[in-house]
Design a protein around this ligand. Structure first.
Ligand SMILES: Nc1nc2c(ncn2[C@@H]2O[C@H](COP(=O)(O)OP(=O)(O)O)[C@@H](O)[C@H]2O)c(=O)[nH]1
Ligand code: SF4
Ligand SMILES: [Mg+2]
Length: 418
């Protein structure tokens, strides 16, 4: 068999006959692609199916024959499935509700040898839940597991999320943090407040990352506090190419920076780098729709962020209530995000500095698949301060997504969109 070579992520499904591998491909793609049959051994050669899998993008599912097939013909099929184990980019080890046996264990060992990201899918959860001891053992081994039903569709969203978090980095082209915005020789002016919230004796990670990337791009950086910004700008014979400020001083930075100079915030740069700025900007439009009594979820990704505590638990709720001019029900959660987000009109997520882009994309997907808009602290703060269009000026796709979402809702209220 020819080795797999393609730009699409190949996701292999492996397991015994009849556990529902083909049914899962059909359920995930919403199409009857793979032949499903109660007769064991129906899938013979690996079957590939290209599909646009939200939120990852183009993928190819590789549905394989059961690895427990018997007889001479069965052996040949097993061999072809085993070859696939080494070739896919990501593997779903599919088991029934009875749990893991020697076949699954062999598959997991083979995947470990080739360092292939994998997760165990306990299918047929409509018939029975997977054994608790199997879940505990997998957890101890650091192997993610999800119980689903291809028949009822239960937990397929969770499965997609789990797949997303396992996708190897090279398959999700991460946008640059700032390098693409700064041509060589140009100047970035960074506005960094040194207040009580600033850590002692150092800069925070996004600021350091921006400086490093600007230097990598052969650009220059000038770092000032918000009080010195006006003076620093006045001293430049040639204006900076971009002003980047801390979200919390965005109002002052906008007031002190001539409108022709592009300006954005560290958090907006991080939203693009760590998640998807276009989608978070679109989600932010829901702020204009909030009404008295609406529930908003403020979500944090980890539990060690004193600064975000203050922003997420105190400042954003206060600014949000002031902006909407009404009482809102604001819950704060973290580090776990609830499965059911439907009680909320909006999720405002933290900057996710400690988690991966995949993690954030999976969370965005969870919210969007439940039709709950999601934005993040950085985008929300600029909106609540009335300067979001200015702060998104360097990101036309995000700006138009936000404005289109505002228009869709027919809302130019609560301070308008410009
Ligand atoms: N109850 C139930 N039956 C399922 C589920 N998924 C698949 N099946 C049934 O299990 C049998 C084998 O499914 P198939 O997809 O062909 O398994 P494969 O051999 O692993 O590809 C078929 O009769 C399916 O209808 C499920 O989630 N729940
Ligand atoms: S991920 Fe970063 S922003 Fe989010 S709660 Fe943790 S430290 Fe704070
Ligand atoms: Mg099959």
């Amino acid at each position: 068999m020819k080795p797999l070579k393609s730009l699409s992520l190949h996701i292999g499904l492996f397991g015994c006959r009849n556990v529902g591998k083909s049914s899962l491909v059909n359920a995930l793609t919403g199409q009857a692609v793979a032949i499903v049959s109660p007769t064991p051994g129906t899938t013979t050669d690996p079957v590939r199916k290209g599909y646009e899998l939200a939120p990852i993008g183009p993928v190819v599912f590789v549905d394989t024959a059961g690895l427990d097939d018997a007889g001479a013909l069965g052996e040949a099929r097993v061999h072809r499935s085993e070859e696939m184990l080494e070739q896919v980019d990501l593997a779903l080890v599919v088991a029934g509700p009875e749990g893991l046996g020697p076949v699954e264990r062999r598959i997991l060992e083979a995947l470990d040898r080739s360092a292939t990201p994998r997760l165990v899918v306990f299918n047929k959860s409509d018939l029975a839940a997977p054994p608790a001891e199997a879940l505990v053992a997998l957890k101890e081994a650091g192997i993610p597991a999800v119980a689903v039903s291809a028949t009822t569709g239960a937990n397929l969203t969770r499965l997609r999320e789990a797949i997303t978090t396992l996708v190897p980095d090279e398959w999700l082209d991460a946008p640059a943090l700032v390098g693409d915005l700064l041509p060589p020789g140009e100047l970035a002016m960074l506005v960094v407040p040194i207040d009580l919230g600033a850590p002692k004796g150092r800069l925070i990670l996004p600021q350091v990352q921006v400086i490093r990337e600007a230097l990598d791009a052969d650009a220059m950086c000038l770092v000032v506090k918000e009080r010195e910004l006006r003076e620093a700008l006045a001293r430049q014979a040639r204006p900076p190419h971009l002003v980047i400020c801390d979200s919390q001083v965005v109002l002052k930075a906008v007031a002190d920076t001539p409108p022709e100079i592009p300006l954005t915030t560290f958090s907006i740069l991080m939203a693009r780098f760590k998640a998807d700025l276009v989608r978070l900007a679109r989600g932010a439009a829901a702020i204009h729709r909030l009404r008295a009594g609406d529930r908003v979820l403020v979500a944090e990704s980890c539990s060690h962020c004193d600064l975000a505590d203050d922003i997420g638990r105190v400042k954003i709720p206060r600014w949000l209530r002031q902006f909407v001019g009404a009482k809102l029900e604001i819950d704060t959660v973290g580090p776990d995000l609830p499965d059911d987000l439907t009680p909320y009109r909006l999720v405002i997520h933290c900057g996710s500095c400690m988690t991966t882009r995949k993690h954030m994309l999976a969370r965005l997907y969870r919210a969007e698949s439940q039709r709950v808009p999601m934005t993040n602290y950085g985008v929300a703060i600029s909106l609540l301060q009335g300067v979001l269009p200015r702060a998104l000026g360097s990101f036309p796709a995000a700006l138009s997504a936000y404005q289109a979402a505002c228009r869709e809702e027919g809302n130019l209220f609560h301070g308008g969109i410009v």
